[in-house]
Design a protein around this ligand. Structure first.
Ligand code: M6R
Length: 610
């Protein structure tokens, strides 16, 4: 979703802000803009499309004296992605400028009352309404902080906002409610931004803001207040240990490819402190803070939902905990029945997904304990959950989620082991096999990835011209099939369906014909014979088949148009080889078709609107 950066300090602010926006590009956007203070005036420059077009406009402007600025990348919600709708927006009275991420739900009624008071509008956005509300709240000579707070108290919806006024040209105000915003504390300079990489070259000292907090930064000061009554709130900056390098491409052509190749590292980091290879033991210490759940409800969106779906049978069979998995955008609108002993597990890489956050709040409101599984440190979900488990996968920049999913799956598997031990349902042999397998998985994966990519490239060239394709699997391969199809759609814009292989005969098999390929996930597990039958049903209807399977062995033979051999791993760990194969296929298909891999059209990294 939209990206925000605000800066005030001693450096030329415009190039710094544009550079910050570049590091927020991964969030997805369709227009951008900056506002800078120079000679006690605010100048606003905006452009439709990519940042380069904004830079072209800035290149012919004088802004070298500006040391306060804010920038924005907009992902359109209200109104088309045009220059008029791009942020920053300026108030028609008082010359305030504001950038915003989120949605102001009551903007129409506010707009009508502002028009009646003589305010004028030049865009279709809710943001322009908000900046005019701030101007409206401001009494002549009155405090901008108070006016800003009053306007925000009236706003219904979600926002992260930053505001500049020509009267205080070295001050940036900002606030958040249900949308991400952080404060970066530097020496003689301060920052606000949607995410840490925006200011990471300048400071690693970060203040995590909560909903209902409002901040004021100048070059030499930063203050946080409660939005409710403007009482000062004491905060301590936290030092971020990861550096910019880990948020950059590191020699790879795309962030997505880098992040796929980071999966062995992600598995290692995720297992650190949780798996004891010497003692053949595993535990998730964070779970000690929760009672043993009577039932488990997993709620998530997109790829995180698929990770939950994959883990459900493990939790049921190893830990004996009845588990249901739901899409957050459905869960939140259906008054779900939750039992008091039910633990709600929300999974979110970003920790900011609006539907998942809403699901968390509903679960808490209904009196359930909530466990968060997040990657982003200090995110909204991480803060609002009763207990949070971090996946420790490092920053994921590409819109397509890759290493986040494998790290979620590792933690979920470890949780199943942990609860399995705690409840006494887990056979000791399963624990030993799992721990041994996890300990050797990073090296197995590391050595397999280049070969998997080479195969993926070949199949992408062979099948990317199709109009549609199936991804089919059973058991643990069913959620992976859903994920494979999601990735192909998201990245290459080819229509793809993920299906439970056994469901094909109930309708979808009608699509099968010679131009419609099916990727069968057919590892040598106990469901192999069943999957093989489904594969043959497709072949009987002259559908091309690509079988992702293991090295041949007697009794496990397959015939297919293309056989994609993957190394064999123990039981559920095979998923960690199938998953990168699917990720790499979608990656290669997207590059083959010339698509924007890291920022697919219409998508955003962190979906902070419902
Ligand atoms: O940050 P979250 O895990 O909550 O995000 C959920 C989905 O938006 C996300 O997984 C999305 O489906 C990815 N773009 C898929 O690659």
């Amino acid at each position: 979703m939209c990206g925000i950066i605000g800066y005030t300090g001693h450096r030329p602010a415009v190039p710094l802000v544009v550079e910050g926006l570049r590091r927020l590009e991964y969030r997805g956007y369709d227009s951008s803009g900056v506002c800078f203070a120079q000679n006690n005036e605010l100048r606003v420059v905006r452009a439709e499309g990519k940042l380069r077009l904004l830079e072209d406009k800035l290149a012919v402007m004088e802004h070298s004296l500006a040391t306060t600025a804010m920038g924005h990348t907009r992902w359109a919600t209200h109104g088309a992605p045009t220059e008029d709708n791009a942020h920053p927006h300026r108030s028609s009275k008082g010359d305030l400028c504001l950038v915003h991420n989120g949605i102001i739900e009551n903007y129409q009624e506010c707009k009508s009352s502002l028009i009646a008071k003589g305010f004028r509008f030049s865009s279709e956005t809710d943001t322009e309404v908000l900046v005019n509300c701030v101007a409206d709240e401001r009494a002549p000579g009155g405090s901008l902080l108070e006016a800003f707070a009053r306007a925000l108290r009236k706003a219904i919806g979600a926002y992260a906002v930053a505001l500049i006024s020509p009267e205080e040209p070295d001050t940036v105000y900002a606030a958040r409610h249900s949308a991400p915003l952080l404060l970066g504390v530097g020496a003689g300079e301060n920052f606000v931004a949607s995410d840490i990489p925006a200011f990471l070259p300048y400071t690693r000292d970060v203040v995590f803001l909560k909903d209902g907090e409002i901040v004021r930064i100048t070059p030499s000061s930063w203050e946080v207040f409660s939005l409710e009554d403007l009482r000062p709130i004491a905060k301590q900056p936290r030092r971020i240990e990861w550096d910019l390098q880990s948020a950059q491409k590191g020699g790879f052509r795309h962030f997505m490819l880098k992040e796929i190749y980071e999966q062995p590292r992600a598995v290692t980091d995720c297992a650190a402190g949780r798996v004891d290879a010497a003692l053949l033991d595993a535990r998730v210490p964070e779970l000690d803070a929760l009672p043993f759940p009577g039932r488990l409800r997993i709620v998530a969106c997109g790829t995180s939902f698929h990770a939950g779906l994959w883990a459900m049978p493990l939790i049921e069979s190893w830990a004996g905990i009845p588990t249901a998995v739901e899409i957050a955008s459905e869960f939140r609108y259906r008054d779900p029945l939750l039992t008091p002993d039910e633990l709600v597990l929300v999974i979110s890489q970003s920790g900011e997904t609006a539907d998942t956050l809403a699901a968390l709040r509903i679960a808490r409101h209904k009196g359930c304990r909530v466990l968060g599984l997040c990657n982003a440190l200090g995110s909204s979900i991480a803060r609002e959950a009763d207990v949070v488990i971090y996946t420790q996968a490092g920053p994921e920049i590409s819109v397509a989620s890759t290493k986040a999913m494998s790290s979620q799956m590792i933690v979920l598997l470890l949780m199943a082991l942990h609860w399995g031990k705690a409840g006494g349902a887990l056979p000791g042999e399963t624990l030993r096999q799992a721990v041994t397998g996890i300990s050797t998985l990073p090296s197995l994966l590391e050595s397999a990835l280049p070969g998997i990519q080479a195969e993926a490239r070949t199949f992408a060239a062979r099948y990317s011209s199709c109009d549609g394709m199936f991804f089919l699997g059973r058991g643990q391969c069913y959620p992976l099939a859903l994920e494979g199809a999601l990735k192909v759609k998201e990245l290459s814009y080819i229509h793809a369906e993920g299906y439970a292989a056994g469901e094909m005969k109930h309708g979808p098999i009608a699509l099968i014909e010679p131009a419609f390929p099916s990727f069968f996930l057919a590892p040598h597990d106990e469901l192999f014979p069943k999957t093989k039958s489904n594969l043959e049903e497709v072949q009987a209807r002259r559908g091309p088949v690509i079988a992702l399977t293991n090295p041949p062995r007697p009794g496990m033979e397959l015939r297919a148009d293309d056989i994609w051999i993957l190394p064999e791993a123990w039981g559920p760990l095979e998923a960690f080889l199938l998953l990168p194969a699917l990720q790499l296929f979608s990656y290669e298909a997207a590059t083959y078709l010339g698509k924007d891999v890291d920022q697919p059209r219409n998508l955003a990294k962190s979906v902070t609107v419902e």
